[in-house]
Design a protein around this ligand. Structure first.
Ligand SMILES: [Zn+2]
Ligand SMILES: [Zn+2]
Length: 138
């Protein structure tokens, strides 16, 4: 089993998660674009049981996602780095922003989500990954 470690920009929050991701994908939805200030969020979904907060505490902001489900976005209250998401549709899982990993090369996306809102200045690459215009059925 792999242990993934990561932290926010300022280092107040650090975490580790042991296990393998249930899902890894680049999400191009408008929520992720706003929350990251970028074209997409690289997200890994893990079973909550393998997750351990080593230091600090994220502040959570709740919103209604494009899918209609509630989502709780966790970020560092000091430096603002987006870190985690808790999903109403997957209560036993935690989503982690792959770029917060100490070694982001451990992230291997399997799909592109919400390609319908991908930005023209960061087009979906013509790669072999699965592509979904919105959220795939889970
Ligand atoms: Zn921070
Ligand atoms: Zn998204």
């Amino acid at each position: 089993m792999t242990t993934y470690k990561g932290r926010c920009e300022c280092g107040d929050i650090s975490y580790e998660v042991t296990g393998e991701p249930l899902l890894s994908g680049n999400c191009h939805c408008r929520d992720c674009q706003r929350a990251t200030g970028s074209a997409m969020a690289a997200v890994m979904l893990f079973p909550k049981e393998g997750f351990k907060l080593l230091q600090g505490e994220a502040k959570y902001y709740d919103l209604q996602a494009d899918s209609g489900n509630r989502i709780s976005r966790g970020f560092c209250p000091n430096c603002g780095s987006p870190m985690f998401s808790l999903l109403e549709m997957a209560p036993d899982a935690i989503a982690i922003k792959a770029a917060s990993l100490d070694d982001p090369t451990l992230y291997h996306p399997a799909m592109h989500l919400y390609t319908s809102s991908a930005q023209p200045w960061d087009p979906i690459p013509d790669d072999e990954l699965a592509k979904f215009p919105k959220m795939p059925d889970m």
